[in-house]
Design a protein around this ligand. Structure first.
Ligand SMILES: [Ca+2]
Ligand SMILES: [Ca+2]
Length: 223
């Protein structure tokens, strides 16, 4: 299967004029297009990232595929196959726990249903980033082929509405506040290792110094 078609990324992100730390946003993600490479779009507007929960609903605008004749190289026009997709791909709603980083939507498209081919497998998703932007992405994509026809393109557009409720308690183990407990926090803890400190953030158990108990606490909250 030939993946020589250059990945084209085009986006038109229209967003309601909302200020930083807003309680609700409407994110339009148009034409997330890929030939199989990982692709991502970011919203221009933000929602406040410290919501205790987020209510959301999203609607698929289109889900297009592109086929190429492997013998002649003829590329067929984009075809919207959203009408053939299962109902759960056309839209949905729900609530996720904050604070951001949190995942609103994750689809694992397989089209058509096996054993039919050509097929798509992979992940298409939407998440709220720690800075409050929305990230719409497609990754781990595998395109199949059938009888001389190769799937060479995928294009997805959707709109999402997100509402922030309440305020999440900050995670004490997320020392740098980027929304995850990870290597950056570990590094920060280790750089304070063994030093006496009074109510410093790395001293989780509050015994006046940064040591093994604090390390264990951080690792058991690793994300
Ligand atoms: Ca962190
Ligand atoms: Ca300690």
């Amino acid at each position: 299967m030939d993946h020589t078609v250059d990945m084209i990324l085009s986006t038109l992100i229209a967003s309601a004029a909302l200020s930083q730390d807003s309680d609700s946003v409407e994110w339009f993600f148009f034409d997330l297009e890929t030939n199989g490479e990982a692709a991502e779009f970011f919203s221009t507007s933000t929602i406040r990232p410290n919501g205790e929960t987020y209510d959301y609903f999203w609607t698929l605008i289109s889900f297009d595929i592109q086929l190429t004749n492997e013998e002649t190289g003829f590329v067929f026009p984009w075809e919207d196959i959203s009408a053939d997709l299962p109902l759960e791909y056309l839209g949905g709603d729900g609530t996720v726990a904050g604070p951001a980083l949190c995942t609103i939507l994750e689809l694992n498209p397989t089209y058509p249903e096996p054993p039919e081919e050509p097929e798509i497998t992979g992940t298409v998703g939407l998440e709220i980033l720690p800075d409050g932007r929305g990230r719409f992405y497609a990754e781990d994509l595998t395109f199949g082929g059938y009888l001389g026809y190769a799937l060479t393109g995928l294009r997805v557009s959707l709109v999402a509405n997100v509402f922030a409720n309440g305020e999440a308690e900050p995670n004490p183990y997320d020392l740098n506040g980027d929304g995850v407990v990870g290597f950056v926090d570990l590094t920060q803890l280790l750089s304070a290792w063994g030093q006496p400190c009074n109510s410093c953030p790395e001293d989780f158990d509050g015994n006046g110094s940064v040591g093994f108990t604090d390390l264990t606490a951080l690792l058991s909250n690793w994300e």
